[in-house]
Every structure is written in C-alpha cells, then in structure tokens.
Design a protein around this ligand. Structure first.
Ligand code: PMP
Length: 353
C-alpha cells in the first residue's frame, strides 16, 4: 500500500503559517541591527570565567536550578531566590510564559513591540490580541485593561523595543491593579534608562519581570535571561522549564559578569551618552524624525522609503534594523555602537538622502 505520509496534515494551521527564523549575515559590516553591547568583551572577565571552569565542568550536566547564579542574582537585586527563574536567553522565558499561560488562551500584546512575543504565542497555540500603542507609542492602558478581562497573559515591554520609550510607574500600576492575569514587563534594556519596575514585585502577585545578560552585560552569544515573579506564578513556570536549560558555561559566565558588573557601568554610561549625541544630531537632520529613547537604540521615521535608506546604509557598510511589521513600514532602528561606528552611521545617513 502507498504510504501517503503528509506531516503538514498533523501540524495545526497557526504553526503552519509561521515562517522559520532566518537571518541574512553581512560579513564585515558595522552591525547596528541587534542592540548588542558594541564593545569587546573585557579580557579580565574572560580570564576569570576560564578560572572558574573545572575539569568536569563540561562532562557533567549543568546545575538544573543554576543555584549559585540565582542566589547571587537575588542578592544583587534585593529579592529572594524563590522569586527568580533563569533561562536560555529571555527568549526561552518568553516561550515558557506562553506555554504556561498562553496555550489555548488569549494573550494581550501591546504593539508594535518585540516580535518574539507573537512568535512564541503562536508556537504555544495562544490566541493573540494586539492592542496598538498610541501615535507616540505610549501604552493604551484602558484598552489593555479591557482586553485583559478574558486573557491569560498581558505582555508589555519597557523600554519598548523598537520605539525606545518606557512605560511609567503609574501606567504599569494601573494595569497591574486591573488585570486579572499575569502581566509581563520585559525590561531587557532597563540598564540604559526608564523606570525599573522591580520594586513593585512584592506588592503585585501578577507582576512578571524579564531581564537579560544580552544587552548591557555583553553576553548575547551565551544566552542568559532571568525572570522575577512571585512564587504563585513561578510554581507554574517551573512545571514547563527544561531541567538543563542553562548550560554550565553560560551559568559560570553570567555569575562572573555579575561579580564584575562594575566593569560594565562605564560602558553603559558611554552608550547612553552616545545615544543622546546620536539623537541630538539626528534631530537636526531634515527628512528624519527620531524618537527619544531610554534604551541603547533609536527608532527613526524616514521621509523617504525606509527600504531605500536601509539599502543605502548597507551599501555604505552599515547594517540597521528594518521591520516586516506594516505598522513600522516607514521606520528603521539603529543600535548605538562604538563612537567611530556612530560617526560612520551618521555620515552614511547624510549621504543616503
Ligand atoms: N526582549 C527584548 C525586548 C529584546 O529586544 C530581546 C533581544 N532582541 C530579547 C528580549 C531577547 O533577549 P535574549 O538574548 O535574552 O533572549
């Protein structure tokens, strides 16, 4: 008998519609498209990581609970270790949140925002309810609260990727007070500015805060994210967490970075200073409308075709971020780079117009 094997028949429609993540690499360009830390990783910290690795560090499974990292994170953020979960990048924690609360339920997302919320919601089989931000990318708090009534998760990002603006404490409190479900505030860029919502954690059992070592702390390649929540929420997330999600090398690296975090403070200060210089310069340039930002990137609207500006920059060796999002068809985002990289970006931008 003929075997009419058709795996697509077994895969639900929502998943079939997803496009596999792909990335075009452009060797040799100035890479200002992914909001990474632009500096070289500090040599002293690299050596310290090496020293912490023992002869069996790679042969044994990692510590499933990453206890030392969790304990030191708790200590340096003034929370209890029971309020933390670590992940293979905050991307994994977003997926865990979607699998735990989103699967088969509604997930409210304030858009435009980081694309992985929508992607992981689809992977988990959630129904996505997008609440558009206002013309200036401020949150539409009443609409978010209204939509949360029959939702299982609300996702906010502050500072928001890509617009760069932050939510206020009043806005987040108002959402937390009125949403009957967990409210995620992704604070991947909080080291660069905007309010830190961690002090609200003890007062709000529905608050979930996401943080990462990928941006200010220069560990994007090692994938370490972490999440703060009260145990009422965490107990369910731990049911979904992969036992060995954070590999030993990354645990050791994150721990070492945490212990040397003072080394990163001048980098963060310089990045925010450079961001403000970039902002002020771009504000003077005709044809671009740059948005103020609390993060390590700037989003700008082009009076020209965003695709042409993107191509023009790329042909001059500068890679910025463009968006597949129809809400952002006229916009581009540039990450703050090293000083010379920012100068080249500005010069190239002037040449493109
Ligand atoms: N959240 C936001 C808002 C981001 O911009 C990013 C990275 N682009 C992430 C989470 C994912 O970070 P990680 O490297 O920790 O997975």
């Amino acid at each position: 008998m003929e075997n009419r094997f058709d795996p697509g028949r077994l895969v639900r429609k929502g998943l079939q519609e997803l496009v596999p993540y792909q990335e075009i690499t452009y060797p040799g360009v100035i890479k200002l498209n992914a909001n990474e830390n632009p500096y070289d990783f500090p040599e002293e910290i690299r050596l310290a990581i090496n020293e912490m690795l023992g002869p069996q560090s790679f042969t044994r499974y990692p510590d499933a609970m990453a206890q030392q990292l969790v304990q030191e994170l708790a200590h340096c953020h003034g929370v209890s270790a029971e309020q933390i979960m670590v992940g293979n990048g905050s991307d994994e924690l977003i997926l865990d949140l979607m699998l735990t609360f989103g699967a088969g339920n509604r997930v409210v997302i304030a858009v435009p925002t980081f694309s992985m919320y929508g992607i992981h919601a689809r992977v988990a089989g959630a129904e996505i309810v997008e609440i558009p931000r206002q013309f200036d990318f401020e949150l539409d708090v009443p609409e978010i609260v209204r939509a949360s009534g029959d939702a299982a998760l609300v996702v906010l990002c502050s500072p928001n990727n890509p617009s760069g603006n932050s939510a206020t404490v009043e806005q987040v409190q108002s959402i937390l007070d009125n949403c009957p479900c967990p409210v995620v505030v992704d604070q991947a860029y909080v080291e660069f500015g905007g309010p830190d919502f961690l002090p609200l954690l003890d007062r709000y059992p529905n608050l979930v805060i996401l943080r990462t070592f990928s941006k200010a702390y220069g560990l994007a390649g090692l994938r370490v994210g972490y999440l703060f929540a009260q145990s009422q929420v965490l107990q369910y997330l731990f049911k979904v967490k992969q036992p060995f999600n954070l590999n030993t090398f990354s645990q050791v690296a994150a721990l070492t970075v945490l212990r040397h975090r003072d080394v990163f403070a001048p980098q963060v200060a310089e990045i925010t200073r450079q961001r403000d210089i970039l902002y002020n310069t771009m504000q003077q340039m005709p044809g671009f409308d740059v948005l103020p930002s609390d993060a390590n990137y700037l989003m700008f609207k082009t009076g020209y075709s965003a695709a042409d500006v993107f191509d023009g920059l790329l042909s001059r060796g500068v890679l910025v971020r463009n968006f597949g999002d129809p809400l952002l068809s006229q916009y581009l985002r540039v990450s703050v780079g090293q000083t010379e990289e920012n100068v080249i970006f500005l010069r190239s931008l002037q040449q493109v117009i």
